[in-house]
Design a protein around this ligand. Sequence first.
Ligand SMILES: C[S@@+](CC[C@H](N)C(=O)[O-])C[C@H]1O[C@@H](n2cnc3c(N)ncnc32)[C@H](O)[C@@H]1O
Length: 300
Amino acid sequence: MSHTTDETTTSATPPPPTTDPAAAQAADRDLKAKHRAVWASGDYPALAREVIPELGPVLVAAADVGPGRRVLDVAAGSGNASVPAALAGAEVVALDLAPELFEDGRRRAAEAGVEVTWVEGDAEAMPFADAEFDVVLSCVGVMFAPHHRASAAELLRVCRTGGTVALLSWTPTGFIGSLFATMRPYAPPPPPGAQPPPLWGDEAHVRDLLGTGVEGLSAQRRSLTVGRFAGPGAFRAYFSTRYGPTLAVYRSLAGDPERVAALDRDLDALAAAHTRADGTMAWEYLLVTARRTGEAQVTP
Ligand SMILES: C[S@@+](CC[C@H](N)C(=O)[O-])C[C@H]1O[C@@H](n2cnc3c(N)ncnc32)[C@H](O)[C@@H]1O
């Protein structure tokens, strides 16, 4: 399968201007197809259910979600935040690049006895009208769209003035940010202009992206306690088979047992370094909430 690990890039520079819009569009379609394949591989819905189920409810609780609210969950995956938002009484639309994940989401919604509308689409060009939603949220989701300013502009565009933008993102120095940094030397170079996902976990970066499009921005660093893994080897076995970005890096190393062994060692060392005496891990994230101003996205 194709693999892309531009999730691991350190380049924070925006895409270089291209003189050929058709070529740029074709390249973007190709990149998004690769991203879709990455997230559809492995078993992301299992990971969302078994490892990070608390995050959706945390985001929903912070995001002014309730009856009568029209909520958009961007990069919703299998509905980790969409289903809790619907349970809170909101009318919820879940958008994701990888519709393969919706089957599990539909099952979760049915089990919970709620309705969610599932829409295939790209966070950088969403199929919604301006100001359609009262709340636009994303749980470790929009951070994986490669062009941050484009996706930030879309979050703002579809949120009504006075509405809420709420984002939960892994931090660059937390466990998942460090996981991407650890995988980076093993991965093919990212395409030009693709930005690293964990930058969305940096408050200054998010303030810059949302600019005057929001006011009253609050940012809190918090940690998710993960007690799922019996040890570093268990973490690696789980992530290398279920988490698309990790699976993609291993697939790119197929036929190179020495590099595979080196990545194994690096991942084990990373997991060990982040495991506490009681065997649990702390995975740091940034929780951002802000009110939509109705102004354009101008950097302060
Ligand atoms: C780590 S998962 C998070 C899913 C879900 N929000 C959760 O909390 O479990 C990242 C999600 O981002 C989606 N994604 C990546 N790039 C995207 C894009 N450009 N547009 C929309 N979704 C995207 C992936 O398909 C995947 O479902």
